[in-house]
Write a protein that binds this ligand. Structure first.
Ligand code: MN
Length: 512
């Protein structure tokens, strides 16, 4: 069962984990914070039967592993004090200062907001409040995510009804927030923890399909790692780390659904990850891997030149691997790796060089976060966007959430995610290269538009194509906003030039 006894998080573990992230936490200060919280929660128990203090300490440990500073860690240790004990926010302020009290007040405010009404619909006004609180200090969001993460780990101890509600909220609200912050690991874990409570039947079925295969895949992964490592060492190719990663369950489930639950069609159930020093070595490593293992056509993805919308960078390739099976290899620098695992928190590791005074550090962190998180600020202007019905609400939730991104849809309702300023040209190439090449006109909300029309959020875009047309217009390059469209247009132009040239040569040949 999930109820595996493990040593509860203590301060020493937290400090140790922080050190691994090069964070020197102020031990004396945190000891004071811990003693205060322990005293406040004395005698209280969690639904799981363990002492209450374990919960805030586990949340703090999650944050220490992400490399967060002591204000955030202290906020996590204290996060349930005003809500559940005889001590107040005033006590916290008196002992630990205004900043920490402010962050803790945000968390306890969040705890009081009921996200749904009796009919289990999301309460729009309250969701709005939630985002306003989160927007006041990003550390509030991050602590809330750690709080939720630990609550999900101990959800087995709750009533089934509560399990349902909490797990659903996690899937629908908190995992997307983690994703938007670029905290990929956390997002994946939150989804996996929620999966079995939200869709118990599907979860069971999924496990049945995947259980044995999963083991096979893991064996393949292990063998591949050994072989590749041996090869790299033999060739004296430098690398920092090589390890395996297994796809998160819920993500795999979603992908499987697209492929009629056929696991054989999915090539990245397990992947080999190679960490190198810098971008140049990433490309070098890709070359070396391809030299030794044949890559699968159409499976080489350069997310360094073309990062994913949430900032993810890596090189991906699927190779006919050393274990005689197809396996995905992911190549990235250490910096990219930390960014993909820890998202926004990773930036702190790279901005805190220099003097490490607490005030200095927290200020730098706050600066870098402010730059990152314009979307949070935008949440403050929420009212403007929120309509009365929930469809409108969720549309605006997405809009605000993914600032700098727009969402347009096809007449069939498929949502296409584009950067701001994107045109029908980008839209067409986002659907498919062939659609782009064959495009002759576009309609937006059923009206004809110029191809340089700037698509707005929520617009329905219809691409009108001409059968047999395979050549884009050179002038489109001026109006394409996405790197993807630009690359595809250039490639298609090149291709058609080549063909023209060949045709010309052939005709010339006939003539002469
Ligand atoms: Mn809590």
């Amino acid at each position: 069962m999930e109820n595996v006894k493990k040593k509860p998080a203590d301060l020493a573990t937290i400090i140790k984990q922080a050190k691994k992230r090069n964070m020197d936490l102020d031990e004396r200060f945190l000891a004071k914070v811990f003693n205060f919280a322990e005293k406040a929660h004395q005698g209280q128990k969690r639904a799981s039967g363990e002492p209450y203090i374990n919960h805030p300490m586990e949340a703090a440990l999650i944050l220490a592993k992400l490399g967060l500073g002591e204000i955030t860690i202290a906020g996590a240790i204290l996060h349930d004090v005003p809500e559940d004990t005889n001590y107040t926010l005033k006590d916290i302020e008196k002992n630990f200062g205004k900043k920490i009290a402010f962050i803790v007040s945000g968390i306890s405010h969040l705890g009081k907001i009921k996200l749904r009404d009796k009919q289990k619909h999301y309460n729009l006004e309250n969701l709005r409040k939630m985002f306003l609180v989160m927007a006041s200090d990003i550390r509030t969001v991050i602590i809330k995510l750690a709080d939720r993460y630990h609550n999900m780990q101990t959800l087995w101890a709750k009533q089934p009804q509560k399990q349902q509600r909490i797990a659903k909220e996690t899937l629908e609200i908190y995992a997307p927030i983690a994703n938007r912050l670029g905290m990929g690991e956390l997002k994946g874990d939150l989804e996996d923890l929620a999966f079995k409570y939200v869709y118990p039947d599907k979860y069971e079925g999924f496990l049945k399909i995947t259980k044995d295969k999963y083991k096979q895949y893991q064996a393949i992964s292990k063998k591949s790692i050994q072989e590749i490592e041996k090869m790299l060492k033999l060739q004296k190719v430098p690398f920092m780390d090589i390890h395996g990663r297994t796809k998160h369950l819920y993500r795999l489930y979603l992908k499987l659904k697209k492929y009629q639950m056929n696991l054989d069609k999915i090539y990245d159930v397990v992947a080999v990850r190679i960490i190198v020093k810098n971008v140049r070595q990433c490309y070098r490593m890709l070359g070396i891997i391809h030299q030794h293992y044949r890559p699968m056509i159409g499976r080489i993805k350069d997310y360094i030149a073309l990062p994913k919308p949430n900032g993810y960078r890596s090189l991906h390739t699927t190779i006919f691997g050393p274990a005689g099976k197809l396996i995905e290899v992911q190549i990235r620098s250490k910096e990219m790796h930390e960014e993909s695992e820890m998202g926004i928190a990773a930036h702190w590791l790279y901005t805190e060089k220099g003097k490490k005074t607490e005030a200095n550090l927290e200020k730098r962190q706050a600066d870098s976060l402010n730059k990152e998180l314009n979307w949070v600020k935008q949440l403050r202007n929420w009212q403007k966007y929120v309509g009365r019905d929930s469809k409108q609400f969720f549309r605006s939730l997405r809009i605000d959430f993914f600032k700098d991104r727009i969402f347009a849809c096809t007449p069939a309702g498929e949502v296409i995610d584009l950067p701001q300023g994107a045109t029908p040209i980008d839209f067409a190439y986002a659907i498919h290269t062939e659609v782009g090449n064959a495009m002759i006109a576009a309609r937006v909300n059923e009206k004809k538009v110029a191809l340089n029309h700037k698509i707005r959020n929520g617009e329905m875009v219809e691409i009108i194509t001409q059968k047999g047309k395979t050549k884009p217009s050179e002038e489109w390059l001026e109006h394409a906003k996405t790197g993807m469209a630009t690359v595809k247009i250039k490639q298609s132009l090149k291709k058609s030039k080549k063909i023209n040239w060949l045709v010309a040569k052939k005709t010339n040949g006939v003539k002469s």
